[in-house]
Design a protein around this ligand. Structure first.
Ligand code: SAM
Ligand code: SF4
Ligand code: SF4
Length: 334
């Protein structure tokens, strides 16, 4: 079965946040002035259980979802995440991946692979120890994340994607070193334009480095050429080195919005379903799940939501939209 929204976009991917907590305080995502001791993170009983997540994912699968990505907050902080991966793996989806800051990956990569995880995306904003420590704002050493990437590669969670959010004046001069780090390794770096997600990261258009500029920086030293998308709705624009030494990607949410192909739904850790990363509201699934809703009831809720979907935030972005009371990235999971 395949659902289409009001703009003809099908429901193909599901991103599931399994915690809103994180051990980093990346300034573009969870600035410590806001995400401090007083911040009210979700209490445990409010989180969807692994059983609830797996059941809901099965319902989404019946409605056409083939790709599932686990995210957060930092998903590897959720106790027993390997059990969840094992339960989801049993659904035999086309793709099951996870996005992590890599801090716990050295320890967890093999267990995740054994549980059935296929691939990981690791966020890494700089190869420079000082810049990285400043960006995660908890002095986390870059060497530990690099060790996590190696552990993931050794566990076969490949090809590894590396997400680098590029912010002008902060880490933009690290674009080339990052490209050079991954070139020839089989890892795919995806350079992400800094986005106005949530309402607490102080986003300004001036801080965004457009993908074109990032590509020109790399192409000046290493000739590259575009590659066709793997599938309609793929988020990253793909490029490869002409010498055959690998691939890079750019995520152009600001400079070239891709809403026309957006086939993703997002489930928060407490079970609220959103149809856009920049949404101000979503539909709660936890209450019906806990009140005995049947799979058919859940399917109907998803169908009603998706078939009425009109989202195209990035295409409509303006001065006015930046201040909308949007959900936070650490809550919805990117
Ligand atoms: N903690 C995990 C991690 O960092 O990979 C998973 C959750 S994190 C919210 C998912 C992705 O969103 C990360 O790659 C992060 O860099 C990216 N992200 C967070 N805030 C962003 C922003 N304002 N603009 C662009 N990307 C952002
Ligand atoms: Fe944590 Fe990921 Fe947000 Fe950084 S981007 S604060 S690692 S959730
Ligand atoms: Fe999809 Fe919303 Fe992003 Fe557009 S702005 S691509 S609709 S998540």
């Amino acid at each position: 079965m395949n659902l289409a929204d009001t703009r003809g976009r099908s429901l193909h991917d599901l991103r599931i946040s399994i915690t809103d907590r994180c051990n980093f305080r990346c300034r573009y995502c969870m600035p410590r002035e806001i995400f401090n001791r007083e911040y009210e993170f979700l209490q445990r009983e409010l989180l969807l259980s692994f059983e609830e997540i797996t059941r809901l994912t099965g319902v989404f699968q019946d409605l056409g979802v083939e790709k599932v990505r686990i995210t957060g907050g930092e998903p590897l902080l959720r106790k027993g995440v390997e059990e969840l991966i094992a339960e989801l793996s049993a659904l035999e989806l086309q793709d099951l991946t996870l996005t992590t800051n890599g801090s716990l990956l050295s320890r967890k990569a093999q267990g995740l692979a054994d549980a059935g995880l296929r691939r990981v995306t690791v966020s890494l904003d700089s190869m420079d120890p000082e810049v990285f420590a400043t960006m995660n704002d908890v002095d986390f050493p870059v060497t530990d994340v690099l060790g996590g990437i190696e552990a993931a590669a050794a566990a076969g969670l490949t090809p590894i994607k590396i997400n680098m959010v590029v912010k002008r004046g902060v880490n933009a001069d690290g674009v080339l070193p990052m490209a050079e780090y991954s070139k020839g390794t089989g890892h795919i770096v995806r350079f992400i334009e800094f986005m106005d997600v949530g309402r607490s990261n102080g986003w300004r258009l001036d801080d965004v480095v457009p993908a074109q500029e990032i590509l020109e920086t790399i192409a000046a030293k290493y000739p590259i050429e575009p590659v066709d998308p793997n599938y309609a709705g793929e988020v990253a624009g793909r490029w490869r080195y002409k010498d055959g030494s690998g691939e890079i990607g750019v995520i152009t949410s600001i400079s070239q919005p891709f809403c026309g192909d957006c086939t993703r739904a997002r489930l928060s850790a407490e079970g609220v379903l959103y149809t856009c990363l920049f949404a101000v509201g979503g539909i709660d699934f936890r209450a019906p799940l806990r009140a005995g809703a049947t799979d058919d009831d859940l399917k109907q809720m998803i169908t009603d939501l998706w078939t009425q979907r009109t989202d195209r935030y990035s295409e409509l972005r303006s001065e006015a939209t930046v201040d909308l009371p949007k959900v936070e990235m650490s809550y919805i999971g990117g």
